[in-house]
Design a protein around this ligand. Structure first.
Ligand code: GAP
Length: 454
């Protein structure tokens, strides 16, 4: 890479918009405040990330099953889970410019957060990050959940919350899943779905937004097994990122201090990724103990204890969860994949995405837009389409089209030239090495499959 890693965020922001990965939501109205729409390439990328996670976490394991729970849940769920009471950020308003901030966005934010958690924080000497005046009000508790109403009447009795984590759908279905699948401990339940948080300071493209997707897995085990289960998930999840192209120097583990942990966690370790704007949480691994099942038992009146036949005992399982944002993971994977290298036309931008994550697997390119080449190129495209996600492009010079595919991470290009008309062979070009090899059209599908590992 010839460019500095710090510059990658700006490069990706421009690439994301220009090439159709991500657009600001409702852009023609000026945007909808930290919500994003995924364009034709972005939706493929994010689906591939979710698919890769689901495959590793559900389909390749015999101890984890899937679930897709509703976003709107009974309001008591969020009282039981502790979110109504505790899902709070400290919000600070400037008395001069009236901008609002999270406490940790201020100078020495981490220290201020520690003071706030200790019960007393002094902001008299802290400047506003925007206007510089020392007129910040004391922090107030701001609940991050979005409130709405179910049915036609907007009253307290019809309040509903947009879920801020997918996990609660899993906890309230623990007994349904356990009994319908006749699972014995230990086993996990996994889910991918939308979550919503009214973030005070969203930002950095899709890193922190108000509507996002989570990929969460809750692993239920005997209480005494939770520490070992926790350790093993650290390695399993780090290996998953490695497999999909995140180098070790871009990943680290960071354990939460006691006063930093979420209200449900007895132990929490973040898998942090080195984003171009600093080390940030990508995934959280938490030992949630029996907190959630216990609270739901209390609030619903339903005994959620598990019966262990062998031991002839009834108890509430402990839960180790792995929780990652699909958007945040997709962004990290883009950062890790972004590369630039000098070439004879200046700079070649390459997204070195893992082939399973790349939006398109193959680009079909006639050497030039020519009436003799087009029919054969289209024939090749039609032949490939049922097998692989392809794109077809015949505008501009072939070098420019290779660059366009490199920039969006397409692993392979197939070029149809004038010799192809005679010998029915085409050229396969590899994105990373730029090596080219001639293959008979009759052998093209297996040749591409082999290179793509599918
Ligand atoms: N169930 C546990 C839980 O939700 P979390 O650490 O609050 O834990 C898990 O969130 C993951 O969800 C984070 O590591 C991050 O990847 C993603 N996430 C959280 N808030 C987000 C936001 N506002 N925008 C995008 N992703 C977010």
């Amino acid at each position: 890479m010839t460019l500095s890693y710090d510059a990658v965020a700006d490069k990706l922001a421009s690439l994301a918009k220009r090439r159709g990965f991500v657009f600001p939501s409702s852009e023609i109205y000026g945007g909808a405040g930290a919500t994003w729409d995924y364009g034709p390439l972005g939706v493929e990328l994010k689906n591939n990330v979710k698919r890769a996670w689901w495959r590793a976490m559900v389909q390749l394991r015999d101890d984890i099953v899937g679930l897709d729970a509703a976003i709107l849940m009974h309001p008591r769920v969020w009282e039981a889970s502790g979110h109504v009471q505790n899902f709070i950020d400290p919000l600070v308003e400037c008395g001069n410019c009236h901008r609002r901030f999270r406490l940790d966005d201020l100078r020495d934010g981490e220290e201020l957060i520690d003071q706030w958690r200790g019960g007393k924080v002094d902001l008299s000497d802290v400047p506003c990050p925007v206007c510089g005046m020392r007129k910040l009000a004391d922090p107030r508790r701001f609940n991050l959940m979005f409130k709405t109403f179910v049915g036609p009447v907007e009253e307290e009795a019809s309040v509903a919350w947009l879920r801020p984590e997918t996990a609660q759908g899993i906890f309230v279905n623990f007994e349904n899943v356990q009994q319908s699948t006749r699972r014995k401990l230990p086993f996990g339940i996994a889910q991918v779905g939308k979550s919503f948080r009214n973030e005070i300071t969203p930002g950095n493209l899709i890193f922190r937004s108000r509507e996002f997707e989570q990929m969460e897995m809750q692993y239920f085990c005997r209480p005494e097994d939770a520490p070992l289960v926790f350790e093993s998930w650290l390695g399993t999840r780090r290996d998953w990122y490695r497999e999909y192209g995140i180098r070790d120097d871009l990943l680290r583990f960071r354990e939460h201090a006691e006063n930093e942990r979420a209200h449900y966690a007895a132990k929490a370790i973040d898998i942090e990724f080195r984003f171009p704007f600093g080390w940030k949480e990508m995934e959280g691994i938490h030992n949630r103990t029996d907190y959630d099942l216990r609270r739901h038992s209390e609030y619903s009146g339903k005994d959620l204890r598990y019966f262990d036949e062998a031991a002839n005992e009834r108890f509430l399982p402990y839960v180790v969860e792995t929780a990652v944002g699909a958007d945040r993971a997709a962004y990290a994977l883009l950062c890790a994949a972004y590369d630039e290298e000098p070439d004879k036309e200046g700079v070649r931008v390459v997204l070195r995405l893992h082939r399973d994550l790349a939006p398109y697997k193959v680009a079909v390119l006639p050497l030039s837009k020519n009436e003799k080449l087009t029919p054969l190129a289209r024939e090749v495209a039609v032949m490939l389409r049922p097998h692989l996600l392809i794109t077809y492009d015949e505008t501009q010079a072939i070098g420019r089209r290779y660059r366009r595919q490199d920039e969006i991470g397409t692993p392979l290009c197939v070029t149809i030239d004038f010799d192809s008309l005679e010998d029915r062979q085409v050229t396969i070009r590899d994105r990373d090495s730029m090596a080219q090899v001639r293959v008979a059209i009759a052998d093209l599908v297996p040749a591409l499959r082999e290179r793509l590992g599918v």
